[in-house]
Write a protein that binds this ligand. Structure first.
Ligand SMILES: Cc1ncc(C[n+]2csc(CCOP(=O)(O)OP(=O)(O)O)c2C)c(N)n1
Length: 196
């Protein structure tokens, strides 16, 4: 299973969700499907996409938030699962694409490559109730639909091949992306009649 195909599968559903991705390959693959103003590509701050997602989900309970994470990034911020479990935002789906690799910086093995470190087990152990571990496209699609219908904190750990985009290059720098993302949120709040 390839992450790019997974993203393609869920892309239509992301139209009205706040989406936060890690940097590098994941960001590029989502961007390649077509940028939307509700997508925020967290450059540089490795490991913190789920923390940004948690903040958004707690602050914006009327929105659904989807975080696209990687195994290397999650391993850098393992405490995130305990924090997610404690605050348990119902409107957050945390996806971890486990390719066993630090792909975006040259493809070095991560701790999951050996099969010893089990990210889904860590998430469960941290206290997250709904954790799906999938390794097929069908399983991934089903887990995503279940998470959407569940309306509770959901973690999906998807085993994917260590392959990324053919080219890197996004015509959207972090500050511009952040300002536009924020504006999208404020416009939605105004349209819904909520104070900004
Ligand atoms: C604190 C920190 N260390 C290292 C980096 C460099 N870096 C950027 S992406 C990346 C690999 C991310 O791996 P993973 O989350 O598994 O995603 P993948 O690239 O495999 O899609 C690394 C090491 C960084 N941005 N920040």
């Amino acid at each position: 299973m390839e992450r790019a195909r997974c993203l393609e599968m869920i892309y239509p559903e992301l139209e009205d969700k706040l989406v936060v991705t890690i940097m590098g390959a994941s960001a590029q693959e989502l961007y390649n499907l077509g940028h939307r103003e509700n997508f925020f590509y967290l450059q540089h701050a490795m490991g913190l996409a789920s923390s940004i997602g948690l903040g958004l989900a707690m602050h914006l309970p009327a929105e659904r938030v989807v975080v696209l994470d990687g195994d290397g990034s999650v391993l850098m911020n393992l405490g995130t699962f305990a924090t997610l479990a404690r605050y348990r935002p119902k409107n957050l789906i945390h996806m971890v694409f486990d390719n066993g690799s630090l792909l975006s910086t040259g493809g070095f093995d991560s701790h999951t490559t050996s099969g010893i470190t089990d990210i889904a087990a860590i998430a469960r152990g941290a206290g997250i109730e709904h954790v799906a571990a999938v390794d097929t496209a069908v399983g991934f699609g089903e887990a995503f639909i279940a998470a959407l219908e569940r309306n509770d904190l959901s973690v999906i750990v998807a085993k994917v091949a260590a392959v990324g985009p053919e080219h890197y290059g996004m015509d959207l720098q972090l500050p511009e992306n952040a300002f536009r993302f924020r504006r999208w949120i404020l416009d939605r709040k105004r349209a819904a009649g909520q104070a900004s």
